[in-house]
Structures are given as structure tokens and as C-alpha cells.
Design a protein around this ligand. Sequence first.
Ligand code: AHR
Length: 306
Amino acid sequence: ASGGSAASEGPKPLDELVVGFAQVGAESGWRTANTKDIQASFEEAGIELKFSDAQQKQENQIKAIRSYIQQQVDVIAFSPVVETGWDAVLNEAKAAGIPVVLTDRAVDSQDDSLYVSFLGSDFVKEGEKAGQWVLDEYADATEPVKIIQLEGTTGAAPAIDRAEGFADVISANPNLQVVASQTGDFTRAGGKQVTEALLKSNPDVDLIYAHNDDMGLGAIEAIEAAGMEPGVDIKIVTVDAVHDGMQALADGKINFIVECSPLLGKQLIDIVKQINDGETPEKRIITEETTFTQDEAIEALPDRQY
Ligand code: AHR
């Protein structure tokens, strides 16, 4: 790596480029698929990737970014564990002339010159799609429908936005009531533990909305341990559509999944190449995604890559 801006010095050969990637952690099936895809895409492109896993801690991510700045990598990419608190370190990257690309998650900053591009899903829309399924499913309900929400990591963009989109859509029917909402930190263990506790105070819950598949899979374990049938006694809606989630949907234990694609590697490579060529990448690139019912999951599963 050289430091300095590629644009002013002309493009480098790809095998001389170095990109530092600060990953959130390995909290979910989604994250594992995302890491694999990014590593494979860099390998394929012949671009060196320095990779770090922050174990879901912002301080670790900040440390990793500072070390990439010190190593004068050509581009820094990262998926911010939470939305706030990035201005200082991103200003350091800017001062060092190193472009930053956000992948998957957004930062909440007034200054959008701190990153060149943000590649990832529209999490509000994902929450809206989950809400729409619930709204349709209970269109004829004449009594309250009790909902438990399993939130992602507190302060993370997908947790904030998926809650917002969902709440917005279900507000059209006052019978749809979120009776409890707690974080399961996007992990299976967290989803299980929170569901166990919340089922004690809300044994008559109708539906669980989990901000990712892993927490939904944890909820399935808790529901079964309580002697109930997931997908039947308590319906479950999740986000991601990773393999284990899709299998549970195919098996009727989850009722609906909103897709969130972890396959961001190729698009990240395109952005890195554009930066290297002195071009300006699009500021916001939104991933294309769908939703899955049980039948659609059965059809999609054999070709699912992750
Ligand atoms: O930021 C994307 C979210 O993070 C995924 O939905 C979740 O599974 C992951 O941990």
C-alpha cells in the first residue's frame, strides 16, 4: 500500500491495492456469509484484503480502522456495529486521504463527506415488508394480536430501521400490538434467552417479529421448550433468509422471511476499482432483495448459496 490518493497518482495495478475491512463480528449466519463473500471476492479480484473481526464492539472497530490508517491502506471499508460515534476516526481517515466505504450498515453523522459510498440494504423497507405481511395475515382480526419484537443490537442501523418500518406499517391496524420488545443482539442465544423470559410474562403471544433469522431460530427453541409449536401456536416473521432460516420456513416453523442479502463483495470490489480509477462511486447503492413464503423457501432452498 502506498497511502496518498489513487486519483492524484493514477490507477494502481490491482495486485498493488490494499483494502482494510473492519467487520462487525461473527454474530449470525448472515454475518458469516457476508465475511465469506467479501473474502472470496477480493481473492478473485486479486486485491489484498486486510480483515478484522470486532466481536460486536465499537472500540475494536475503531482500533482496526486506526491501524488501517497507520498502515496507509488504499481504501477502508467497514460495517459499523452501531450508528453513532464515528466522526473522530472517520475524520482521521479523511485527513490521511484514505477513502472510506460503508458496507451493510450506515453511520449517523451530519458530515457525509466522511465516506465516499454506502453499499447495503434499505432496512426501513425490510421492516415495512415484515409489517405488511403481519398486516395482511391479521386483516380480519377483531381482537388484539399480541406481538413480541426481538430487536437487533441496540443502536445498530438494522435494529433501529427494522423497528421503525415495522411499527409504521402495523400502526394501520390498532389490533396489532407490540406487547414486548427487547434486544437479542442478532444472535441465536440472545433470541432464545429473551424469548424464554418474555414468554413467561406473555404466554398468550400470537407472533414474534425477529430482526434476523438467528434470533428467530433461538425463539423456535424457546417456544418448543415451552411445549408449544413454533409457526402454529406462535407465528414467526424474520429478516435475512440465510440457509437455516429458510429451512425453518420450509419446515413451517417460521412463517415469513424478508430477505437481506449478505452478498456485497462484488459490488464492494466495483467501488474499490472506481476509486482506484479516480471515479466517483454512487453515494448510496441499495441491494436488491425479495421476500419468502413457505412455498417460495422450498423452491429456493436447493440453489441457496448461503
Ligand atoms: O446488518 C445486517 C444484519 O446484521 C443482519 O440482518 C443480521 O443477521 C446481522 O447480524
